[in-house]
Design a protein around this ligand. Structure first.
Ligand code: ATP
Ligand code: MG
Length: 418
């Protein structure tokens, strides 16, 4: 078979082995730990949903829905989409499973998500997110808790140099008034906007504020800020959040231009950003989405949450050490081979991580034991076996001892933990 006959991976997907997997696992393990400390329940939702779930909750005018979704018609003729994020599916589950009875519901989940984007470093078509949501809480304390949790996750992972950028998008009256002022401002400078922003002006004018097109920047930067439009209630909400963060020792900076893509964001919006990942500098992002569940046809239900890209976090952590094994079993000759299976099983049942090469002479097998990071080699020679013993070698010191077979697990276990 020539190389050209070998199937290729789908563009923007990744195959992970070794250190790459350990990095992913370090992120999900830390997330599980921190989720437990903050009282978030693990939850799982499907990878596929009706396309309408995302179209209605994320919003038709967003990049995700208009350009990035993996949608297809299934054999029954239904339009299905691979999830591009978790929030919409969790909101759908909240409604279809009757989880209203549990509010406020603190949920944590992680897994693959899919977006049709131009692949580059830190940007893939299948990537992975960790996600935390609080559904059914309108109180700013929920926003504070989620932000403190995100901050603690980054600390647990040992990630420094990430800044929390925070903004408020206000309540509905704030947003309506601000939107009208923005539309007036952008319309007055229509001739200076990019083609893309002219479309945004019709559909989702707030998005012009975080346009990356240099042509849009002067007009975006001179646009009226939200602060002049905040209702007393919205201003108080934001102040409560920032005070709560200060009290919890979570550092933040105000970014009054931060808007986020979703149509239903209200009040708090935030991103944790770093300059260590080039253009893909946002590692964790989220906000309050008080209108989302209603948009899905449910009762008015407040919600707030965030998601982080596992790949981007994994790039920022120190490489986790390879775990190694406790014991490599090294059989010599036919007697060794015959005894090895039972000894391996006994050691593994005793909770020791063991391995044995399928073939090879003693020298080769000892090399493999070293490469596997084994702490001990249990050498099964004919003479020792005849005496009911094995030679146990500590691979770091080279020390060797004869140990009765029936005490092997105990002996190695004591030495391993001692
Ligand atoms: P970006 O501006 O980088 O496209 P986004 O605003 O689309 O990000 P969100 O929808 O907020 O991202 O998703 C939350 C997080 O998921 C991001 O902060 C990022 O860490 C990660 N993420 C988003 N898209 C990708 C991707 N294509 N590949 C890898 N990670 C991604
Ligand atoms: Mg994006």
């Amino acid at each position: 078979m020539s190389r050209a006959d070998i199937p290729h991976p789908i563009r923007g997907t990744q195959d992970l082995l070794g250190e790459a997997v350990r990095r992913h696992q370090a992120v999900t393990t830390a997330f599980a730990q921190v989720s437990r400390l903050y009282g978030f329940a693990p939850v799982a939702v499907p990878v596929i949903e009706q396309t309408a779930v995302f179209a209605r909750s994320i919003g038709e005018t967003t990049d995700v829905v208009s350009k990035e979704m993996y949608s297809f018609t299934d054999r029954g003729g239904d339009s299905i989409t691979l999830r591009p994020e978790f929030t919409a599916g969790l909101a759908r589950a909240f409604l279809s499973e009757g989880w209203q009875q549990f509010v406020p519901l603190k949920l944590a989940t992680h897994g693959p998500v899919f977006r049709y984007e131009r692949p580059q470093k830190g940007r893939y078509r299948q990537f992975h997110q960790i996600d935390a949501e609080i559904i059914g809480a309108a109180e700013p304390q929920a926003d504070i808790e989620l932000l403190a949790m995100a901050d603690q996750l980054l600390r647990t992972l040992g990630i420094a140099g990430v800044t929390l950028e925070l903004n408020t998008l206000g309540d509905q009256p704030t947003r309506d008034a601000w939107r009208a002022a923005l539309v007036a401002h952008f319309a007055a400078h229509r001739d200076q906007l990019s083609e893309e922003s002219l479309v945004r002006l019709e559909k989702n004018p707030l998005r012009i504020l975080d346009s990356k097109d240099p042509r849009d920047r002067p007009v975006a930067d001179s646009a009226p800020g939200i602060d002049g439009f905040l209702t007393d209630e919205a201003a108080l909400f934001f102040e409560t959040v920032t005070r709560g963060l200060d009290a919890a020792g979570v550092a933040w900076t105000r970014n009054a231009r931060l808007v986020r893509g979703l149509d239903y964001y209200r009040h708090t919006a935030f991103e944790f950003v770093t300059d260590r990942l080039g253009a893909q500098g946002t590692v964790l992002a989220g906000g309050r989405y008080d209108g989302l569940i209603e948009a899905l046809g449910g009762p008015a239900t407040p919600g707030v949450g965030w998601a982080a890209g596992i790949e981007r976090l994994a790039m920022l952590i120190d490489a986790p050490a390879a775990p190694g094994i406790d014991v490599a079993v090294v059989p010599m000759g036919a007697a060794g081979e015959a005894a090895a299976g039972g000894i391996l099983a006994a050691l593994r049942r005793a909770g020791l991580a063991c391995d044995m090469a399928y073939k090879g002479n003693m020298k080769r097998r000892m090399q493999k034991a070293d490469a596997a990071g084994a702490r001990f080699a249990v050498i099964l020679g004919e003479d020792e076996l005849a005496r009911g013993e094995a030679a146990v070698k500590r691979l770091d010191t080279g020390e060797q001892a004869a140990v009765p077979l029936d005490r092997l697990a105990e002996w190695v276990g004591l030495e391993t933990r001692g």
